[in-house]
Design a protein around this ligand. Structure first.
Ligand code: ADP
Ligand code: ZN
Length: 701
């Protein structure tokens, strides 16, 4: 922009729509963007996938001059620049890997004011200095700013020199961005960058689109195979502890027909970058990896992350699951948990220097895995935030355990522990309570104590679960360094002597089975989404960019839901700005139109008749769509056609009167009642498009 007046809110929204194809800002984005445009410094802490880049990319378009973006990872830099260019934005990068003719071009573009953004690695910044001092810099953005702090986990020495930037360009707004920084790291960043006055913008760390699932660690391979069957074509990462297990698992998946590869530090750099590239391009959708994998990968459509073993702490766990669902779409995370795993981790830690510190972190991790109430609350709470309501998107919320009065059972266990002089570990305590006749019990004479066999009606596994719950409720203490013996606590005395009541959760039978099959209807083969994905892959190959640079999964999903057939409708799709409309609009519209013409094999009237039959049988539209392998949108169109042809249809077979009312009431409240999408967003994406259409249709009658 050449106009140097401050951009208005409208200007910003317009830029967001035409360049990025988005209708609104994510939390905190607008405030940050406005403050940068006002010339203020900012420190932005936002979780992965929160939309940090937009915070400097949009001001870069709104302000005069070129935005200087410091970014530590060359691979990331290239992806970001590719993505910007795909949106028709003038961006380039400058680093040590480029051939001279390329750097020459970048320098000359800079001098001629032909760039909106320039990405630079901190190590290369000095080489740019002579040019930078002759041109106007609109803003300076320091991405992954935690790299400046030697306390952080990926400290980069070159970052510590960045403090001179603010001194050299005192009038230029400087924004530092990171996803991970505790209070002291935040202060360190602000101080080292010489922006002590910078306003801090700290976003919630919650990632509501991640489904949190913890499953018992039995038969993991089978559970994973079942899981993959329920998630065909999706991209995901399975984290394993050892190199060996990444290879074994990848081989197992491959022999079952899945396209998977292993990734670990023992492979050559070449092999690793090949695996990484194939993953980014969706060529190999599934990676079995040690934790090193995923750092610095900006792949937005990772749909799931599985932990084959429990991580050592919640920080690591959260960072790893955070690699799923950067595009904001629902994504699934699974943690396999077994008590034996935790014992093994404890043994690892035991000899370590800061063992106590690590044990405390492991305790919190274990509490999370064994939580009996909303997992997200436990997790978010750990990171210092408070969630006032259960999340509704974790396995506990979806499948709440049943509680019972476990006071008597607890008393039996506690008194057993007391009578065994607090000397025994969980296994023996359980054996004694169940009246086991094994030699170890007999040798110690435990068959003579009063609680011997007191819980013989409870299965071994269930009793183990209950004892773990008692430990977690603070009723027993476990001494890991003394062979795991169990001790009473002050709280246990309240139960034994003061009649304190204890609630225990029934171990869910269903969960102990290999898997709970999700009843989510699968995307049928040949679904519109599948076709869109294929087209995207083809266009990406042609342009030699990663698939998500063409369109994100979120955009494809929006196309599937809205089925746009005109250019105007296409521009309404999330992530479709002017440049992508021009580049890809025709191809995608053609495909969607062809798809809508479909069910060709059968004659038109017959396919209607089939839908008609199914309607008369009382099936829901979802069921009809699934049976007929059609999109719900198409079935809905049949419904309306049949109605127009005179068929008696009770529309309330498909929609509740209260839903119709909700839609009608929303007409006055939505941003734009002419757009279905406005309704869709108003209902937090929980009311499907066809229902909105139907409700509006019913109003029109
Ligand atoms: P971060 O750097 O914080 O991990 P990104 O900047 O990569 O996150 O953004 C994550 C995803 O969210 C990207 O696909 C980006 O295009 C998308 N995104 C950013 N801002 C918006 C917005 N206002 N509306 C919709 N999507 C957005
Ligand atoms: Zn929950």
């Amino acid at each position: 922009m050449t106009n140097s007046a401050l951009p208005t809110q409208q200007d910003l929204h317009k830029l967001l729509k035409t360049h990025f194809g988005y209708d609104g800002f994510r939390p905190n984005q607008q405030e940050i963007i406005e403050s940068i445009c006002n010339g203020q410094d900012a420190l932005v802490i936002m979780p992965t996938g929160g939309g940090k880049s937009m915070c400097f990319q949009l001001p870069a378009l709104a302000l005069d001059g070129v935005a200087l973006v410091i970014s530590p990872l060359i691979a990331l830099m290239k992806d970001q620049v590719d993505a910007l260019r795909a949106n028709g934005i003038k961006a380039a990068y400058y680093n040590s890997t480029q051939p001279p003719e390329e750097t020459q071009k970048v320098l000359s573009d800079l001098q001629h004011n032909a760039l909106d953004l320039i990405y630079v690695a901190p190590e290369s910044l000095q080489l740019l200095d002579p040019v930078l001092s002759t041109i106007k810099i609109s803003l300076i953005a320091i991405d992954e700013a935690h790299c400046i702090s030697s306390w952080g986990h990926d400290f980069r020495p070159a970052y510590t020199q960045l403090g001179y930037l603010k001194r050299r360009y005192p009038e230029t707004p400087l924004v530092a961005l990171t996803a991970t920084a505790d209070r002291s790291t935040q202060d360190d960043i602000a101080q080292q960058l010489s922006i002590p006055q910078a306003k801090k913008y700290i976003s919630s760390f919650d990632r509501p689109n991640l489904y949190l699932d913890v499953r018992p660690g039995q038969k993991r391979n089978e559970q994973i195979l079942d899981f993959l069957e329920d998630h065909p074509f999706e991209s995901g990462i399975i984290y394993c502890l050892s190199r060996k297990s990444t290879e074994n698992l990848a081989a197992k998946l491959k022999s079952n027909g899945h396209n998977a590869a292993a990734y670990h530090a023992g492979m050559s750099a070449e092999q690793r970058s090949k695996v990484q590239e194939d993953f980014i391009n969706d060529t190999t959708p599934i990676i079995c990896a040690t934790i090193a994998f995923g750092m610095g990968i900006d792949k937005s459509n990772v749909r799931w992350v599985i932990h084959y073993n429990m991580p050592k702490n919640l920080e690591g766990y959260y960072q790893e699951i955070g690699r799923a669902g950067r595009d904001g779409l629902p994504s699934h995370t699974v943690l396999f948990y077994s008590y034996a795993d935790t014992m093994q981790l404890r043994q690892f830690i035991d000899g370590a220097k800061n063992a106590d510190y690590q044990m405390a972190k492991l305790d919190r991790m274990q509490q999370y895995a064994e939580a009996l109430s909303c997992r997200r609350k436990v997790l978010i709470n750990y990171f210092g935030e408070f969630l006032s309501q259960d999340c509704g998107n974790c396995d506990i919320c979806k499948n709440a355990p049943a509680y019972f009065d476990g006071t008597v059972l607890t008393q039996k266990v506690l008194s057993g522990v007391a009578r065994m002089q607090q000397k025994e570990a969980m296994g023996t305590v359980i054996d004694v309570l169940r009246g086991s006749q094994n030699a170890q019990v007999y040798d110690k004479g435990y068959q003579n104590i009063k609680t011997y066999g007191a819980a013989k009606d409870v299965s071994w596994r269930d009793l183990q679960q209950y004892v773990i719950q008692m430990i977690n409720q603070g009723l027993l203490e476990i001494r890991f360094r003394e062979s795991g013996r169990l001790l009473l606590t002050p709280l246990s005395k309240e139960v034994l002597y003061d009649g304190k009541k204890i609630q225990l959760a029934k171990p869910s039978k269903e969960k102990a089975k290999p898997i709970t099959k999700e009843r989510k209807p699968k995307k049928p083969k040949g679904s519109l989404f599948e076709k869109l994905r294929e087209l995207r892959a083809e266009l990406a190959r042609e342009a030699n960019v990663a698939a998500y640079i063409v369109f994100s999964d979120a955009s494809l999903k929006d196309m599937e839901d809205q089925e746009p057939v005109t250019q105007k409708q296409f521009l309404d799709i999330q992530g479709v700005g002017q440049a992508k409309m021009e580049k890809y609009g025709a191809d995608f519209l053609k495909l969607i139109k062809e798809h809508l013409k479909k069910p060709k094999p059968k004659s038109g009237s017959k396919t209607y008749l089939e839908t008609k039959n199914l309607i008369q049988q009382g099936l829901s539209l979802e069921e009809i769509a699934e049976t007929r392998k059609l999109t719900i949108g198409s079935v809905y169109n049949h419904l309306i056609k049949l109605h127009e042809e005179g068929m008696e249809i009770d529309f309330y077979q498909f929609i509740q009167p209260v839903e119709v009312k909700q839609v009608h009431d929303a007409i006055l409240k939505v941003a734009d009642p002419d757009k279905l999408k406005s309704f869709y967003e108003y209902f937090k994406e929980e009311m499907p498009y066809w229902k909105i259409r139907l409700a509006l249709f019913l109003k029109g009658r």
